[in-house]
Design a binder for this molecule. Structure first.
Ligand SMILES: Nc1ncnc2c1ncn2[C@@H]1O[C@H](COP(=O)(O)OP(=O)(O)OP(=O)(O)O)[C@@H](O)[C@H]1O
Ligand SMILES: [Mg+2]
Length: 229
């Protein structure tokens, strides 16, 4: 029997932004394999490249060099349009600042990406997913009418509703108070597991990182340590 292919496979991955004197080398040659079902925490000091790595692995930003396969797609060679298509349905993303569309209700925020992806049952899936994060009573509320924790629940529902293979989160509790953050973190772990999504999460919170099966530490654009527990 052959072993399953990694969900993420990166070799000599680099990211440089800006040009000439303004050029910044952000990721300096990373090798990384992530298998389906893992929960991975990404730690490192401010500026070490965590958000940049997440942006590249999630297809928001294209790598400058190296090899990158994510859920079977060749992310290193795709152009912007191709990356957007490849992300759809494969990848969910939750960011620190929730990035909900203010003119759309919770239900519309969750349903719209699925409608754009051509799913016919987008509205009913959105409702089910919002119910699963405890927001069945907030379907028609706008983001401005929701608390920070509730907005992040909507963002989690939006990310997971299309059933992506991978869920990326960048400091998902960073804008929340401790109690709300803990509840949102619990929900994130539970929903990712129930939805069968592999979770890769940037955090500054050691306790949160300890809840993951694997801890990667970045330093100056490189992987400084990789600990599977
Ligand atoms: N668009 C850009 N152009 C040039 N440099 C950038 C750009 N975006 C980020 N950088 C630089 O890349 C480095 C890594 O940034 P990144 O946001 O990935 O760090 P981080 O580890 O997520 O930090 P934090 O913990 O503060 O969020 C930083 O030195 C930053 O200044
Ligand atoms: Mg960051």
């Amino acid at each position: 029997m052959t072993s399953p292919a990694p969900l993420i496979s990166a070799r000599a991955l680099t990211l440089s932004l800006g040009r000439d004197a303004a050029r910044v080398d952000i990721l300096k040659g990373l090798d990384l394999d992530v298998m389906a079902g893992e929960t991975v925490a990404l730690l490192g000091s401010s500026g070490s490249g965590k958000s940049s790595l997440l942006a590249v692995l999630s297809g928001l930003e294209r790598a400058s060099g190296g090899v990158l396969f994510v859920a079977g797609a060749d992310f290193a060679t795709l152009e912007e349009d191709g990356l957007a298509t490849a992300r759809r349905g494969r990848i969910g993303i939750v960011l620190q600042a929730f990035h909900l569309l203010p003119t759309m209700t919770a239900r519309e925020n969750v349903a719209t990406p699925m409608e754009l992806a051509g799913m016919t049952d987008a509205m009913s899936r959105a409702e089910a997913e919002l119910a699963a994060v405890g927001l069945a009573h907030r379907l028609d509320h706008y983001p401005g009418q929701l608390s920070g924790g509730e907005q992040q629940r909507v963002a989690i529902a939006r990310a997971l509703a299309p059933r992506p293979a991978l869920l990326f989160a960048d400091e998902p509790t960073g804008n929340l108070d401790a109690a709300t953050g803990a509840a949102v973190a619990d929900l994130l772990f539970d929903r990712a597991r129930q939805a069968g999504a592999t979770l890769l999460m940037v955090t500054h919170d050691e306790a949160l990182a300890q809840r993951c099966g694997r801890i990667l530490r970045l330093a100056d654009g490189r992987i400084a340590s990789d600990e599977t527990r």
